[in-house]
Design a protein around this ligand. Sequence first.
Ligand code: ADP
Ligand code: MG
Length: 395
Amino acid sequence: MNHLTDVDVQNKRVLVRVDFNVPIEDGQVKDDTRLQAVLPTLEYLQKQGAKIILCSHLGKPKGKKVKELSLAPVAKKLSKILNKNVMFCPECIGDEVKKTIDGLSAGDMLLLENLRFHPGEQANDKEFARNLGELADVYVNDAFGVAHREHASVCGVTSFVPECCAGFLLQKEIDYLSKVLKSPKRPFVAVLGGSKVSSKLGVLYAFIDKVDKIIVGGAMANTFLAAQGYCLGRSKVEQELFQEALEIIVKAKDKKVGFYLPVDFICGTGVKEKIGKGVCPFQEVPANEMALDIGPATSFLYAEVLKDAKSVVWNGPMGAFENSAFAQGSLNLAEDIARVDGLTVVGGGDTDALVHRAGLRDKYSFISTGGGSFLRFMEGHPLPALVALENCAQK
Ligand code: ADP
Ligand code: MG
């Protein structure tokens, strides 16, 4: 794979795929973390005198123009951050776009409209990819968040641009995540929580071959306890995954990997409700309540498990942390991992938000900008974006 510094970009038209899928309210960018994350690449390209063309998706417009999902507010915000005008183009392919690009000077920056306004983006349509590719002499991928997606601006486009490379953010993600996977200092502890068990069993299964201990929390843990026959009231449980959950427990035992599940919960009647019964052993979740956070005994246990860790990978909160009644378990864990004397890597949108809320962002070694892509990488799957860049470098 080519590095950005290996490519001559001076006066070239450089198409940069970024992940500007940011929260927008009333036409204002609410959180600019993802904009900040690609500044090193953008500032480098500016200094090198490239004509910078930025492209991204925003939300799920499903192949149609949706006014609320325009990237125009992002161009405004980016202009403010860079203290330089970032132009905006209300299309992402076509003659108008080409004309605008023809007018760019070295160091200029142009943001194209939401790629997903075209159905060809998510379909990885060849024609759409060609139209995008024709806009540029160099393609830079700096969008780790969509590196697991086989979309036109991530994969197809690399066939239609003479030179392709990874941006600094993508490179940094790969470097950190590879480091922890390939040569982790031990003990290596994986922590998994959150809600979507189905999307996370694969990574759990893969982790058993790599780590020394696995901590499970959040709604994920419910499925593992329920699969063993425990009654969890109205807790979120994925019944169709019981068999797989049991296989994971057996595999962990065979490989002598410590597998830790909550021993107590904080219960309530709903994610947005107040605390109900409150703290209870996992065997005593009331029939009409849900396990919505790990309890204090579990926090204590998990702190013990993490104490001598030298590498930690974490994805997924321990409870419904958006509600402060059920946030304590996740906040405790965030602090315990921050205290670890070793490499600490975090991934996932909600987990990132949680670490941010705990005020601990700078206490971690690395916070990935990926969610799905982070999990896929950790699972050991080749990411489509990286395969596409690899193939392009070889042509
Ligand atoms: P990430 O975005 O970091 O990958 P997920 O999206 O998988 O994390 O999970 C975060 C979501 O899981 C949060 O919205 C949180 O409220 C929810 N969650 C965690 N634990 C529970 C629980 N016990 N019951 C219901 N929802 C939960
Ligand atoms: Mg999430």
